[in-house]
Design a protein. Structure first.
Lengths: 211, 211
């Protein structure tokens, strides 16, 4: 028999998010989080290094899934096909429970610079994971870094949409974000027009404006 | 007469960087920094909110210069011309003294997660300043965010080169970074070839595989 419940981690995450949103991140102690989850401080620190980590427990797993998806894409896949594979790989974990957590996390990050800094560190690590996967596919250093920034922006856009539209699956939000970014990457790379000027004539660009 | 020397800020920054590199960020106190600069703690806190801020005192000014440069670019300038204008605007402050500070800052960031997090927060604020300037030029939200990530990556590449090549002016490093990123943005946007493979010469029409 384990000495603590198998779902301790999830309960600690849920308790922390509830308390952070209710009473504020700064005002919440690790002891309160543990008690709210029906556990103790020692159990908390078995699962998380500090109070901020409890907010980002699933980010490392996401980074791994995204990178695995990119590595598994077909041999000659261009960037946006690799990103599509990455988002397909995370789609199964993007369930309603995750959406609830993501929504609460955004609220907490907006209220605390300290939390936002940790979120940015996690973001940087996801970017590094994506860049490493792109390098494994033969991309040079700079292409891999650029591809990672585009991929991370696509992921952010997809998650933002997914949080704000309760009736849509993550996969749909991800597909839309990829379409929007592909068009814009084309436009900015071609440098054909002014930033606010008429876009290239793809049918995708027209549907994008309906957001 | 001012109550503290006019160059107190610069002396505190230099003292902090010297001590952080010599004895480590964690091991250095604000009192030590102030004493090393021939000043006292109170003067330190007149200039900086906390120990981490002393490392990033010039980042807000950089963000402002980059944004001003973008706003001042000619009316129909595409993204990479706007970025060129941004880098031209910061070039005058990228002097040998700044290069020394940037070199030390990288060392400190590599040794401390806490410092790296603050650096990422400053990075995010520069991205927001660039995105705001691009929106002012008529770019939509997503184009502005994509342009800001590309711009920030170009700036990072330029600074990395500038730090590592003592004999080059920042402007030259910036021009090279922009050329490299423009080519890659074009390639990734066109999606014509595999990431590491030979690039196809024909602008193949893309099927909307993401939908």
């Amino acid at each position: 028999m384990p000495r603590w419940p198998a779902d301790a981690r999830e309960r600690l995450e849920a308790a922390a998010l509830d308390l952070f949103v209710e009473q504020g991140y700064e005002q919440t102690t690790v002891t309160q989080i543990a008690e709210h989850a029906g556990l103790n401080r020692a159990t908390f620190f078995r699962h998380f290094d500090d109070k901020r980590e409890v907010l980002f427990g699933d980010q490392d797993r996401l980074a791994g899934l995204l990178a695995d998806g990119i590595r598994a894409a077909s041999g000659d896949a261009p960037l946006f096909d690799c990103l599509q594979a990455a988002f397909a790989a995370v789609d199964p974990v993007m369930n309603p429970q995750q959406r609830g957590k993501a929504t609460q996390r955004v609220q907490v990050m907006m209220a605390s610079t300290e939390v936002r800094e940790r979120g940015l560190l996690k973001r940087a690590r996801i970017a590094e994971a994506i860049a490493a996967a792109l390098r494994d596919r033969g991309a040079d250093q700079i292409t891999a870094r650029l591809g990672a920034e585009i991929g991370l922006l696509a992921f952010s856009l997809a998650v933002e949409r997914w949080i704000n539209t309760n009736d849509q699956r993550f996969a749909l939000c991800a597909a839309r974000a990829l379409r929007e970014l592909r068009t814009r990457t084309q436009d900015l790379g071609s440098g054909a027009g002014a930033l606010g000027g008429p876009r290239s004539q793809s049918p995708v660009a027209q549907s994008d404006t309906a957001s």
